[in-house]
Design a protein around this ligand. Sequence first.
Ligand SMILES: [Zn+2]
Ligand SMILES: [Zn+2]
Length: 121
Amino acid sequence: MSLKAWKCYNCEARGTHPGGHDFEAETAVCPLCKADGTTPRGRHAVLPRVVLHFDPPTAVVGIGENAIACRPTVNIVGNRNGIRATGEPAVVTCEACKATEAFKNASVGATDLSNAVTLPD
Ligand SMILES: [Zn+2]
Ligand SMILES: [Zn+2]
């Protein structure tokens, strides 16, 4: 079994985690409030969270490398495998991508969003 990303909205409703509590687990059960997303009552409380990877920009404005920063060998155009990526550092949720040099370089001076590129679904 591999870990999946979840967001607990019950924790948000309780006020402990504005915007929802992000966690990773094999099943949709919040480790904090114990909300169980596998039950009819809890299925709206714990929802799968989409991991958004970082697609590093190239020298060409608006064109990304079409590879994700945490796994540069994976070409997300030819073999997307449900992988989602963005050139906008502010919305990247992949922790591994955030740890890369490419991401840190791109995050500097990221207030200019005019060059941001988001891949279509
Ligand atoms: Zn919770
Ligand atoms: Zn990543």
